[in-house]
Design a protein around this ligand. Structure first.
Ligand code: ADE
Length: 235
């Protein structure tokens, strides 16, 4: 079974509408919907916004359903020149830009315990995502997706995240889902279509473009589900 997580209703509802044999279970206030999509057994959920809701959702999904991979689909603000509104960022890895134990001498973003900053996305899964984006004709950039509990709308912060972590796109859940998948040895992918510039225009652009961006990521996710081979491991 493949897990699919979106932060907002609009990031999942288009996939939910395509689901065959849908059944719903609610855990910790999150609805998990199982069924078949593009011939693939799936479980999907709207996790809510931010790292804690995303972690609750990913960990519950892993404990309650036999997921062999998780895809995080949705929108993001761009952190680089190469990505504009409507283009697609695919994670090679994820980082949490607001993780900070520098006061203890650690590098910024380091996750104490595993002691890593960048969590790698599943290589095979992400290669399938890149293939799926290519088929849509959308511009695709693969790189670091930066996550934090912050809607990014200031040039200085955007530049800092790009300079500090090499982030290409910023959002609020992917790094958390990646961390949960990492500790559970589950491959993951993050697909984020750009909805705004993570800068001064973001408060106006996000509501204007989020639904369209979410729909692009949904289309790509469906195409990835079609491409996933029917084997046990997917790293
Ligand atoms: N998701 C979409 N746009 C975003 C932004 N500017 N900051 C954080 N998350 C986002």
């Amino acid at each position: 079974m493949i897990g699919v997580i979106g932060a907002m209703q609009v990031e999942i509802e288009g996939l939910r509408a395509m689901l065959e044999d849908a059944e719903t279970v609610t855990v910790s206030g999150i609805e998990f919907v199982t069924g078949r999509l593009e011939g693939q057994p799936v479980v999907m959920a709207v996790c809510g916004i931010g790292k804690v809701f995303a972690a609750i959702c990913a960990q519950t999904m892993i404990l309650r359903f036999p997921v062999r991979a998780i895809i995080n689909t949705g929108c993001a603000g761009t952190l680089c020149r190469e990505l504009g509104i409507g283009d697609v960022a695919v994670a090679t890895d994820v980082v949490q830009h607001d993780m900070d134990t520098a006061g203890l001498g650690d590098p910024l973003g380091m996750l104490s315990g595993p002691n890593i900053i960048h969590i790698p996305a599943g290589r095979r899964l992400s290669a399938l995502v890149e293939e799926a984006v290519a088929e849509t004709g959308h511009k695709c950039v693969a790189g670091t997706i930066a996550t934090g509990d912050q809607f990014l709308c200031q040039r200085e912060r955007k530049q800092w995240i790009h300079d500090t972590f090499g982030g290409i796109a910023g959002e609020m859940e992917g790094g958390s889902i990646g961390q949960v998948c990492y500790v559970n040895h589950i491959p993951f992918a993050v697909i984020r279509t750009i909805s705004d510039d993570a800068d001064g225009n973001a408060p106006a652009d996000f509501p204007a473009f989020a639904a369209q961006a979410a729909q692009t990521s949904i289309q790509i996710t469906a195409s990835v589900l079609r491409r996933i081979p029917n084997e046990e491991r997917l790293d």
